[in-house]
Every structure is written in structure tokens, then in C-alpha cells.
Design a protein. Structure first.
Length: 756
């Protein structure tokens, strides 16, 4: 599943780096390289005149001991400037609380900051400057003035679906700290497991922390094992982890899900539901119907739980979830309906707002604030709530315009449970396609906001949901190196137009990850591919790219595996006939990357101009409208880059064939996965036109027929003449009662439109 580290040895032999290109991630705000080097050795002394920074010095010594086998002597007073590291308190009044200065000279290193966070970040930078594979620890002379742009620089980890031991949680915190991120969002409760000890309610961990089995394979397979699974963190564990994080200037934000994702809690205390149960801790992933019932007993329970949570976590924000809460039970619950009438609420969405506002009032009374997923906007936002925008950027934009603080974490760029390379070469994932380059391209502050509204964007974070991730090594593989890319984004020094520079620094940085024994993805070294319109407007232009450089890419177009003797890639490949392209990177006659394979299905619509009446959702819009005519059909089992997703919207596409053609049939691929809220369309209709204005319907295929065709929908056109083809796929609309996500908008997933 995980690629061999031996690839790195080949990598460093293949790529030559400038001596002045420092392997620093995130890139500092200001760097000035100088002549000379500082030699770090066992005789180097640390001069610490301010005991306030002793903790940061101790952590640096721990790093040296673990990686180089020695520690440095710490002195509280010395006039010597020879071979010393001096720690000073900065008096810069205009610098942020996390700003620092690092000055490496030939004889000494000077570190200065207002407080411990800045000193800690300076040491993180210094650690990256120390050579990884060298007998002499020679550090390049440099002056760095640095500070972050965003105050929330976070990583999330779901331990509800799969549980990870305390030792690994500490490692995860170390990774966050290494990249100068400062927030660990710890998702502690869900339908599949309650992971935090609550003294007042022991059944939460006695019952709620254990399930009778788990899903095996993808959700679509609906297969389960019968192996009992579970675990939880004691309050002592949590105190230990919170303290460990605090030493590294990381705030741990706990998440206690409500009102949805509550089945593990309801299995322990079924009286808090609308129906009374009984319930089991769920073996099944997805969104479940049974949620907390908004009755007084429930609020008493949640306030008692949150009181213990707040005693354990000193964070300003407490995350209360608020996402994916089906309203089916509330609609059929006499108590809920009576409460709606009593409070003068319009519907169940306003009842959820009432629920969240009750919880917020309690948390605010204890000097804290709530943060929740963007669904808490529905029905009216609680007065002081902050929002995590995950379903795209719309929720974050709306909240910021209402003057609520926002953490941006859209699935399009920040969901690290998505595939990061060619799905055929990757471990099983939920779907999606989020490359490291795409993460690096993200900008947390939406352009739609005014300067004053932009001030409400706290920052961004990466999310890792673990339905398909069982082992710590797999966690590392999914977050590394995408975490590095996001770290530079939230530090504020990323440049989408200078991705190559980041990529080069990252290649050098991998040696440090190797030394730390981290399992990280090598997907960025795959040959990547993208199809675009051809110059001749015939077929498509197939673009290949390699992190090593394109000159070593060899390819075939006959379906055979490439070799060093195959065609050398020098320009985009014109694909005008149906065929299969295979490509890989070679050096000195040896293959250095996995082989990529792409089948093309060329029809009269391939590569032609296409216009969508409504754009796809940003989370599933990698290739834009051209995805539907690029000749590459989506994999029905892996929802990666080749699918467009429309959330609650119809697909309405018009293809210009360029000239009048005789049309025999039109085929379009659509998906169904109800557990993921993806539904076949109500109908698919094909219309034709000769002028692009006056369209006539050829045929409309209904849902039962789409189901029979298993999503590969072919409409016969009986040799009609047309210059324009319109394809309409009607979204299923609201998810019906009794289905997961009932009441929410359905997703429509579609791919290639093939005209023959």
C-alpha cells in the first residue's frame, strides 16, 4: 500500500539543487542569505537570559538528542559570542505575537521574539536548516524575519471512526508543530464511537466506545466484519495530550457532535432520542437518522458533558458539530413539533438553530465560544458562533458577511481523505481528487469579501476523516505532504504561480521526513495528466507532467507498457482516435515512477465546446465543463477527478459540434450512491438544434430506465441532423424520508457525454 522509501535515494541523485535554496516549509516572510556557515556541535552553548523561554530551549535539545545524539549546555549568562545560540526577548512593538527573528552568523545564532510561540517557531526553522545527512552540522548564514498571516492554522483528526493511541496523537501534534500550525481539531464523538471519558456518564465509554464490527471495503460494497472494535481516551490521557500540545503552542479544539452523529451516545442513553431506541453503536459509515431530541433531559445531559469537556480543554472554542443532522425523527416527534409551535419556529431547521443557540448560551456563560460546521447557518446563526465552511466557500462567505468568524476548510482543497494521486495506485479512499498542487493553490480569504469582511476569516485547516484509515501509518500517508502545502498557505507565503519553488523545497524536505520515519505519499512524483482542447478542434490534447522534469517521460498509445525505448514526451499528445495511453518517467533506462494508464473514448462530442447553464459544485469540478467531453470516462467505483458533482442543481449542458452532424445516439454516465447522498437523476433528456437557439426534444429517459441501464444511459437519436446537442439531467431534489440525509439536497454526479 505504501511506496518504498528507496525512491528518495533515486530522487536526490536525479535533482540538483541550488545551495541557496533553503528547504524551509512554510517559506518565511523575509529571507536574506549571507556568506558563511555556523557549525553546530556538542561544544555549542545556548545563552538563555530569560527563563520564560526555557521550555522552548528544552524542546530544541530534545530534538537534537533524538536526531543527532547530543544536547547543548544552557547558560544563563555569558559574554562570549563564539559558537553560541543567544535567545532574546524582542521589543518590537509592531510584530505579531507569533513573529520571530532568526539571524545565523558564522560565530553565533541569535533568536528573538516577544513570546514563547515565536521562539518555538524560530527553533522549528532552525531545525529545518540543520543538514539531515551530514557528519558536520553546517548551517547556512541567513537572516529571517517572519510571522504568519492567519491566526487559525489547523489540522483535524477523526478518531470516532477509527481510534488511534495516545502515542500517535502526540506524533500527529509533532507534525502540526513542525509546520508552525497552531490548532489541533480533535473529532472525539460520532455514530461509530464515543472516544472521551465523561465521569458523570460512564455508559458513554462502557457502551458508546465499542461497536460490534466495521464496514469492509467501500461504502458501496455494504460489507461488514464482526470484529468488536473500539477504544477511548481517559481524562488523564486527554490532560496529557492537551499539555503536550500546549508546550508546542498548539491549541486542542475538541469536537462533541450534536445534534446529529449521535448514535454512539444514544446507544448508551437511548432516552435522549426521539424514539427511545434501542440503538447500537453504528457499524455503518454515513449519515444516520437518529439524532439527539431537543428535550430538557438532553440539554441537561449535553451541558454536563460540555462542563467536563471545558474542564479538560482550555481552548477558546468548543466545536459542537452541527453537520449532517437529518430532520426525519424531529418531523415525526410529538415533542419536537410541540416545541416548534411553542417557540414560534418555522420548521425543523429553525429548531436546529434553537438547539445550537441553547448550547451556545451555556458555553458562553462559561467564558467560551462555539464553532460548528456550516450547517449551523441553517435556520439562523447563533449570536456569537464561529463557522467552519466545509461544503464549499459559500457558508464561510455568508458567515463573514454577517460578521461571524470563519475557518475555511472546503472539501475541494482541504479534505485529505480524498485521493491524492492516480486512484489505481492509491489505497482505498472515500473519493474526490485533491493533489498537493491543488492544496497549495488554495487561498483562504474569498475574493467576494470586502477588506473589513475579510478580517473575519481566521484561517484554514486540513481535515482527515478516517472511515477508510485504520493505521497510524495510513494517517501519515494521507496528510503528508499535503499538510506541508497547507501550512505554507495558512502561513501566508504560498504563491500559486511559484509552485515549482515549493515543490523543489519539498523534495529537499523529504529527507527530514525520512529521518523521522514518517510514511508519506510519493504521489507528486507520478506522471500527472490533463486533457484539454486540441488546436485542430479534433479530439483532445493530452498533457503530461513530472516533478522530475518532462524530458524523461516515455509513453505509448497502443496500450502496451512504456519503456525507455518508447516515445519521448516533448509536447501534448493529440488524441483523435479511441486508444489507451500509458506513460512513466525513466532515467538512465530505469523506470522511476508508477505507470499511469488512460483510456480515451473519442466520439463526435470529444473536445468540442461545451457550456453549462449551472456550474458544478466547487468540491467536484476539477476539470470544469470540459470534463464531460474530454474523452475520459469516470471510474464507477472510485469517485475521483473524472466526475462533475452538482449539489441540488441540474446538469444542463449544450455542446457545439462545430458543424452539422448525423446523430445516431447520445450516451452519458451518471452515478448512484445513496449513502453518500448521490442519486440518479429523475430523468435525462436529449435535445438537438441546428442554430443553438431552437431545440427540439429527441427523447427523455425516466428514472426506472436509468436504473436498468446502471447509470450508463444511452438515448437513440435515429440519425437526426444537428449542430448543437443539449443534455439535461434533472437532479433528484430533496432526499426522501427514510433515506440517509433525508431532507438535504441530493448530489448528481455525471461524466462523459458521448455523441455518435
Amino acid at each position: 500500500m505504501f511506496k518504498s522509501k528507496s525512491l528518495l535515494l533515486l530522487l536526490f541523485a536525479a535533482v540538483a539543487f541550488s545551495q541557496n535554496q533553503l528547504p524551509l516549509i512554510p517559506k518565511p516572510a523575509s529571507v536574506e542569505t549571507k556568506q558563511g556557515n555556523f557549525i553546530l556541535s556538542q561544544s555549542t552553548k545556548i545563552i538563555l537570559n530569560d527563563p520564560e523561554f526555557k521550555k522552548e530551549v528544552d524542546l530544541f535539545n530534545q530534538f537534537l538528542k533524538a536526531n543527532y545524539g547530543f544536547e547543548l549546555q544552557v547558560l544563563d549568562n555569558s559574554k562570549s559570542s563564539i559558537n553560541t545560540i543567544k535567545i532574546q526577548k524582542s521589543n518590537l512593538t509592531d510584530a505579531s505575537a507569533e513573529a520571530y527573528q532568526l539571524n545565523v552568523l558564522q560565530d553565533e545564532i541569535r533568536i528573538a521574539s516577544k513570546n514563547g510561540a515565536g521562539i518555538f517557531y524560530a527553533f522549528q526553522t532552525l531545525q529545518q536548516l540543520i543538514p539531515v545527512q551530514s557528519q558536520t552540522l553546517s548551517i547556512a548564514a541567513v537572516t529571517i524575519n517572519d510571522q504568519p498571516k492567519y491566526q487559525w492554522r489547523g489540522m483535524h483528526l477523526d478518531v470516532g471512526r477509527h481510534f488511534f493511541p495516545v502515542a500517535f496523537i502526540k506524533k500527529y501534534i509533532d507534525y502540526i508543530a513542525m509546520y508552525k500550525m497552531n490548532t489541533f481539531h480533535w473529532h472525539l464523538t460520532d455514530d461509530q464511537g464515543w472516544r472521551i471519558e465523561i465521569k458523570k456518564y460512564p455508559e458513554l465509554t462502557k457502551v458508546g466506545a465499542w461497536r460490534k464490527g466495521s464496514m469492509v471495503g467501500h461504502y458501496n460494497d455494504q460489507k461488514f466484519d464482526d470484529k468488536p472494535y473500539g477504544g477511548f481516551y481517559t481524562q488523564d490521557d486527554i490532560k496529557e495530550i492537551v499539555a503536550y500540545a500546549a508546550e508546542r503552542h498548539i491549541t486542542v479544539v475538541p469536537e462533541i457532535e450534536m445534534p446529529g452523529h449521535a448514535q454512539a451516545a444514544l446507544a448508551a442513553y437511548p432516552e435522549l432520542s426521539c424514539t427511545g431506541g434501542p440503538f447500537e453503536v453504528s457499524r455503518k459509515w454515513g449519515v444516520l437518522e437518529d439524532i439527539f431530541c431537543p428535550k430538557e433531559e438532553t440539554f441537561e445531559f449535553l451541558e454536563n458533558v460540555l462542563a467536563e469537556v471545558m474542564d479538560l480543554f482550555p481552548s477558546q472554542y468548543i466545536h459542537i458539530g452541527g453537520d449532517e443532522s437529518p430532520k426525519t425523527r424531529w418531523k415525526n416527534c410529538p415533542h419536537c413539533q410541540a416545541l416548534i409551535r411553542k417557540e414560534g419556529l418555522k420548521d425543523e431547521h429553525e429548531l436546529q438553530s434553537y438547539f445550537i443557540k441553547r448550547i451556545e448560551k451555556f458555553i458562553n456563560a462559561n467564558g467560551r465560544k462555539i464553532i460548528g460546521w456550516d450547517e449551523i447557518l441553517e435556520g439562523g446563526l447563533a449570536p456569537n458562533a464561529a463557522v467552519m465552511s466545509w461544503r464549499g466557500t459559500e457558508g464561510g462567505i455568508s458567515a463573514a458577511k454577517q460578521h461571524h468568524y470563519v475557518v475555511m476548510t472546503p472539501g475541494s482543497h482541504c479534505y485529505f481523505d480524498h485521493y491524492q494521486g492516480e486512484p489505481k495506485n492509491e489505497p482505498l479512499a472515500i473519493g474526490g481528487y485533491t493533489t498537493i498542487e491543488k492544496v497549495y493553490s488554495y487561498q483562504p480569504t474569498p475574493k467576494e469579501l470586502s477588506p473589513s469582511e475579510s478580517g473575519y476569516i481566521l484561517g484554514a485547516q486540513g481535515n482527515l476523516w478516517t472511515e477508510y484509515i485504520q493505521e497510524p501509518e495510513h494517517v501519515e500517508y494521507m496528510v503528508m505532504p499535503r499538510m506541508a502545502a497547507l501550512a505554507e498557505v495558512v502561513w501566508g507565503t504560498s504563491d500559486e504561480n511559484a509552485y515549482k519553488d515549493f515543490q523543489t523545497r519539498l523534495m529537499k524536505h523529504f529527507a527530514l521526513l525520512d529521518k523521522m520515519g514518517i510514511h508519506y505519499s510519493k504521489a507528486m512524483f507520478e506522471v500527472t495528466a490533463k486533457a484539454g482542447p486540441s488546436v485542430q478542434n479534433k479530439g483532445v490534447s493530452f498533457h503530461l507532467k513530472s516533478a522530475y522534469g518532462n524530458s524523461g517521460i516515455h509513453y505509448t498509445t497502443n496500450g502496451k507498457n512504456p519503456s525507455a525505448g518508447s516515445k519521448t514526451y516533448s509536447q501534448p499528445i493529440l488524441i483523435s482516435k479511441s486508444r489507451t495511453v500509458k506513460a512513466a518517467y525513466f532515467e538512465n533506462g530505469k523506470q522511476k515512477s508508477a505507470t499511469i494508464e488512460q483510456a480515451f473514448f473519442i466520439t463526435k462530442s470529444t473536445g468540442k465546446n461545451i457550456v453549462l447553464k449551472t456550474p458544478p459544485h466547487e468540491n467536484y469540478a476539477i476539470g470544469g465543463s470540459f470534463t464531460l467531453v474530454d474523452g475520459m470516462r469516470g471510474n464507477m467505483g472510485k469517485y475521483g477527478r473524472d466526475w462533475l458533482g452538482f449539489w441540488g442543481k441540474d446538469l444542463d449542458a449544450v455542446i457545439s459540434l462545430g458543424k452539422k452532424e448525423t446523430i445516431s445516439k447520445v450516451t452519458i454516465d451518471v452515478l448512484s450512491n445513496e449513502g453518500s447522498w448521490i442519486y440518479y437523476p429523475e430523468f435525462i433528456e436529449v435535445l438537438i438544434s441546428e442554430n443553438g437557439k431552437d431545440f427540439k426534444s429527441i427523447q427523455k429517459v425516466s428514472l426506472p430506465e436509468i436504473i436498468k441501464m446502471k447509470g450508463i444511459v444511452t438515448i437513440q437519436c435515429n440519425k437526426q441532423q444537428a449542430k448543437y446537442i443539449q443534455v439535461i439531467a434533472k437532479n433528484a431534489g430533496k432526499i426522501p424520508e427514510g433515506k440517509e440525509g433525508a431532507g438535504a439536497d441530493a448530489w448528481l454526479f455525471a461524466d462523459e457525454i458521448m455523441v455518435e
